[in-house]
Design a protein around this ligand. Sequence first.
Ligand SMILES: [Zn+2]
Length: 64
Amino acid sequence: MDQNEEDVEGLAIYEDIVSEVLAGRVEGHKCPSCGEGELECTFDGDHVKISCPRCGRYFEGMLA
Ligand SMILES: [Zn+2]
């Protein structure tokens, strides 16, 4: 599998959730990957981390 292609897809599916986390809404997001897990989201000022306790998929991003 093409790793870069997978990363782009990962970014796309988490984009809306990242926007909400940045806006301060860190709870109540459903995992876009498995559709069942409730995501654990944190934002510490410049670093976003989103992870699913159910399927283990996660996204991490640093704001420029
Ligand atoms: Zn999941």
